[in-house]
Design a protein around this ligand. Structure first.
Ligand code: FEO
Length: 171
């Protein structure tokens, strides 16, 4: 059985992951509006990743005999000044999510909840990847800041991203 404090914190994380999906869907809409279809595709895949994260937490709360309680999702921003500004916002958001996951681990350790601590390890590793992939795109955008041809090439590259659902989540 989950400790009440842990159950509440995991429910808050479901909200944070669904907000992440909502934020990236808003970014996808922004990229569609400036005709950068590859960037829009990258964001659409990111939406699916975030929905998977939310479902992992959802399934875990239920597996531990807890109660999932969904709450209001705040509205995301809708405009960014440039593709670079949008990806800088991605990195900033992912750093925030990393700090939330670290907070969950701290709570699991404090409560001696070894099962939750073990469950969270996947997310610790995932956040390293999430921050690295945002940073990689930021670096490419900075290198091509004054080069429209470079932006076109990055867009073509991001159009290739596909979604690979993890084996342990029902989509
Ligand atoms: Fe669910 Fe992008 O972290």
């Amino acid at each position: 059985m989950l400790d009440e404090k842990m159950e509440k914190a995991l429910n808050e994380q479901i909200n944070a992951e669904i907000y992440s999906a909502y934020l990236y869907l808003s970014m996808s809409a922004y990229f569609e509006s400036v005709n950068l279809k590859g960037f829009a595709n990258w964001m659409r895949i990111q939406v699916m990743e975030e929905q998977t994260h939310a479902k992992k937490f959802y399934d875990y709360v239920i597996d531990r005999g807890g109660r999932v309680l969904l709450s209001e999702i705040k509205a995301p921003p809708t405009e960014w000044d440039s593709p670079l500004a949008a990806f800088e916002a991605v990195l900033e958001h992912e750093r925030l999510v990393t700090s939330l996951i670290n907070g969950l681990v701290d709570l699991a350790v404090e409560l001696r909840d070894h099962a939750t601590n073990s469950f969270l390890k996947w997310f610790i590793d995932e956040q390293v990847e999430e921050e690295a992939s945002a940073d990689e795109i930021i670096q490419s955008l900075k290198l091509n800041e004054n080069n429209p041809g470079g932006l076109f090439m990055i867009d073509k590259d991001l159009a290739q991203r596909t979604f690979l659902p993890p084996q342990d989540v029902t989509i």
